[in-house]
Design a protein around this ligand. Structure first.
Ligand code: RB5
Length: 145
């Protein structure tokens, strides 16, 4: 499973810590930027992630901005994208089980590193239930232009 990660300046520090953390565990996160704390526009970062998923460069994404809000709104404008802000452990589980999210979203200015790592692990270790949820996900796609 290829996991890509990207952030704006508000999520840069958290992104770097996650990349280092997973490197020590032997898991490479594909870094799509940004590359510094210089100000940048989170929609550009979200678009980069959407392209990586669509091109098959990654199977799953992690996006980070200051709050997780702007970057999730931007990513969710695209067909086939289900970006979920994992604001607690229960949500991390449900985002996979019921929503089959393909982008995990975090807030670099609102969340603690340890909480984020735990939520990533919960998400990765949860199975999508399918069934009635598949009908609902299909209805989401119907509503996307
Ligand atoms: C950037 O200052 C900030 O607005 C952005 O990281 C994010 O929090 C937007 O939702």
């Amino acid at each position: 499973m290829n996991i890509a990660i990207a952030s704006d300046h508000g999520g840069f520090e958290l992104k770097q810590r996650l990349i280092e953390h997973y490197k020590t565990k032997g898991q490479r996160l594909e870094d799509l930027g940004t590359c510094s704390t210089d100000s940048c526009d989170y929609p550009d970062i979200a678009h980069r992630m959407v392209k990586a998923l669509r091109d098959g460069q990654a199977d799953l994404g992690i996006l980070i901005c200051g709050t997780g809000i702007g970057i999730s709104i931007a990513a969710n404008r695209f067909k086939g994208i289900r970006a979920a802000v994992l604001y607690d452990d229960f949500t991390a589980e449900m985002a996979k089980k019921h929503n089959n999210a393909n982008i995990m979203v975090f807030g670099g200015r609102t969340m603690q590193f340890e909480d984020v790592v735990r939520r990533i692990e919960i998400f990765l270790n949860t199975e999508y239930e399918g069934g009635r949820h598949e009908t609902r996900l299909a209805k989401i796609e119907e509503g996307v232009a």
